[in-house]
Ligand binder design. Sequence first.
Ligand SMILES: C[S@@+](CC[C@H](N)C(=O)[O-])C[C@H]1O[C@@H](n2cnc3c(N)ncnc32)[C@H](O)[C@@H]1O
Length: 382
Amino acid sequence: MIPETENSPLPDREPTVTEGIKYAGSKLKIIPRILDLAGQTGARTVLDGFSGTTRVSQAFARSGYRVIANDSAVWSETFATCYLLDHRGPDHYRPLIDHLNSLEGKRGWFTERYGAEPGTGTSVGMDGLKKPWQVRNTMRLDAIREEIDRMGLDGIERSVLLTSLILALDRVDSTIGHYASYLREWSRRSFNELRLEVPRLIPASCPPAGHSVTRKDIFELLPEVEADLAYFDPPYGSNNDRMPPSRVRYGAYYHLWTSICLNDKPELFGKAMRRADSADPESGSVFEDFRKGDSGRYLVADAIERLVREVRARYVLLSYSSAGRASLEDLREILSGAGTIVHAEAIDYRLNVMSGMRWTNEWTSETKTPHREVLFLVEKCN
Ligand SMILES: C[S@@+](CC[C@H](N)C(=O)[O-])C[C@H]1O[C@@H](n2cnc3c(N)ncnc32)[C@H](O)[C@@H]1O
């Protein structure tokens, strides 16, 4: 039995070194807790089923686990390929990155749509729309993106350079951390020059190797993989009924990273110039669904139940938010139906404190407080 922790500070240990973009729901802050709990299961192989920024996958890989990273997003697959599959190391990439940094900027598809001159003081471009980057940086983006396609790279090299480009763009953006809308006033960082760096690659010798990367809907993947531990961090939507669903959809938030990876110059719509395939009827995941099913329970809760039932892993570690659609009571019911909840805790980001979880009314009301991240560790029954 894993001991319960109660109102104790988060471990005062340097979080494992990871890299990633600004991301809604990134688990950067709780990586030490995730590693502690995973360590107590004795697992060697971990499935990160919703890998997002891949920070958690990176931390698992650096800690010696064999990792299966999966996410439905194109750019997440690019990041996972960079961090988990590269075997050449940083020296191979330095000259390639230097070459990309030395290119002259040029006007192209990205500049025409996502760049504005800084001179006017606002981010509003010639077409009257707010833009996420200053024009000299989108011109560098246009030149670099075109060159990456011309360099004759293999899939891993391409992923490393694209990851480097996305990380660099994330450092000079003028957003609040997503691309569903842009700031009117330029952010301070948007005045900086776009500069690529070699990603902090994970040494290939980090045992044991043999990671794998997939880009699938999780339910398509589950019958194909087995792991000792499955870490699930699905989107949790919002329990605010007035919030339009498109506001909490990952496809809508990070459409630009997809366009940069694919360089497919897609059809766009709306003020944020989103990809047409990130529109509500096209995109979205059952985990982002805001409706209730016939049973009266949110469809999200049904999806989580299916996830835990179908995964072939002895342990499941589930991250969720107290602000999510599925209630904590739903989760407790679902998880205890699938096995034994060996550990549960809530983490308050603002106070940097975690508390052991007890199924009392008091606790349940406490966890209705927004910004609490909940972690459940379940040992499945066979
Ligand atoms: C909360 S985020 C994961 C964040 C990640 N743990 C991190 O630290 O960056 C949820 C992720 O689930 C992905 N996703 C949504 N629906 C999915 C599905 N049906 N199958 C696989 N991935 C999905 C989204 O693209 C998003 O990256």
